[in-house]
Design a protein around this ligand. Structure first.
Ligand code: SF4
Ligand code: SF4
Length: 376
């Protein structure tokens, strides 16, 4: 495993007692703050204003099919790893109006929604989630077909990443080469340190906007011992992940297993609830829904998140082409680990572990990949 290090320059230290100054500097620059908070006994990403809205002192326990928050005696701000939601909901919302139309004489007038120009700062983006963001950037804003709604939201984003010093119970980002330290795609990356009752953050700017913001903060130069301590924590987090996927070879290995009987074994447990697709930060399948009002004067088209686990999703004239559970689970996993590479030149899984935690029957993508590829 490659040793995790910090760059030689620009890295600074921000004391916990000054953390609010980071939020204030972003607010003063016109950003709406979105960050982690606790709701319904889970971490959710919502609008925040102040440091005490963060999950102060909460850590999560993630296992296949299980999630709970517990209080920790350390009053960390980012002691949890990830909750069920991913940041995609702010860039690729679950429901998105594409256009509306009103009757106009014998015809109709189409009204396009105003571009979303809200400046948003995402606080606490994990390294695996940055990788997911990069995947969506490629799909929605760098390919042949540009999604204007995504591009507008993405243009105005400020990203505050948080490196993981504690791996979650279902994480495997180290094997997917997406974490636990953020290496690109952020404006600022924080490493939260709690050493001998001293609570502080190592702050690494990743863009010009990030450097400009640091200039407004009461920071100081790091001591060598502080950098070394942070590196040690991050390397320990990488080594502490128990789950892995052989990200280099999985595509080729799995591609030979289309007819493997193990898919049937998985299908005996899978409820086709679609939870795994709803929590996944890289899933992006949608359906269109057209509606009109009772007067017939107004109609609109909404784009809504969908899931490859529904029968409707693969419905074409005459029926669903993936009517069995086996075919739907196989499509999901093969898309993530095989077809995505063929389509986009990258894997569609970033190793966040959400699909394992939030699967009601605890189906584990790493374990299923291992079972399917244990023999050539
Ligand atoms: S793998 Fe789990 S979360 Fe996904 S559809 Fe099946 S039961 Fe639901
Ligand atoms: S497939 Fe599972 S582990 Fe991979 S990115 Fe999606 S939710 Fe995370």
């Amino acid at each position: 495993m490659t040793e995790i290090t910090f760059p030689d320059k620009d890295v600074v230290v921000l004391e916990r007692k000054n953390f609010q100054s980071l939020l204030d500097a972003l607010s003063d620059s016109g950003y709406e703050l979105l960050g982690p908070t606790v709701r319904d006994s889970a971490i959710v990403y919502e609008r925040i204003h102040a440091v005490d809205e963060l999950p102060v002192g909460w850590v999560d326990v993630c296992e296949p099919g299980k999630y709970r928050l517990v209080k920790d005696k350390k009053k960390t701000l980012f002691g949890y790893t990830i909750g069920s939601q991913s940041w995609r909901r702010f860039l690729h919302p679950p429901t998105n109006k594409l256009w509306e139309a009103t009757r106009d004489g014998n015809g109709f007038k189409v009204i396009q929604p105003e571009p979303d120009q809200v400046k948003r700062a995402l606080i606490g983006v994990r390294s695996c989630e940055l990788a997911a963001l990069a995947i969506h950037d490629k799909i929605f804003s760098q390919g042949q077909y540009i999604d204007n709604s995504y591009r507008e939201r993405r243009r105005n984003l400020f990203v505050v990443a948080v490196n993981c010093v504690r791996p979650g119970g279902t994480c495997f980002c180290a094997s997917m080469k997406t974490g636990p330290k953020a290496t690109s795609g952020f404006d600022l990356a924080l490493t939260e340190m709690y050493v001998s009752n001293r609570h502080y953050f190592i702050v690494e700017p990743g863009s010009k906007a990030g450097k400009k913001l640091v200039d407004k903060l009461p920071v100081k130069q790091p001591k060598e011992s502080e950098i070394k301590a942070a590196q040690k924590e991050l390397n320990r987090a990488a080594a502490g992940m128990t789950r892995t996927i052989d990200s280099e070879h999985i595509g080729k290995l799995l591609n030979k297993k289309f007819d493997d009987p193990h898919w049937e074994t998985i299908a005996e447990r899978c409820l086709t609830c679609g939870n795994c697709t709803m929590v996944c930060p890289t899933c992006f399948c949608t359906n269109m829904e057209d509606s009109s009002d009772l007067t017939g004067q107004h109609a609109e088209r909404q784009r809504k998140w969908d899931s490859c686990f529904t029968m409707d999703y693969s419905y074409i004239h005459g029926g669903s082409i993936r009517s069995s559970v086996t075919s739907r689970y196989r499509q999901w996993m093969m898309h993530k680990l095989v077809y995505w590479q063929e389509q986009f030149g990258m894997l569609g899984c970033v190793g966040c572990g959400r699909c394992i935690t939030w699967c009601p029957v605890g189906i584990d993508i790493t374990e299923e990949a291992r079972q399917l590829t244990v023999t050539e």
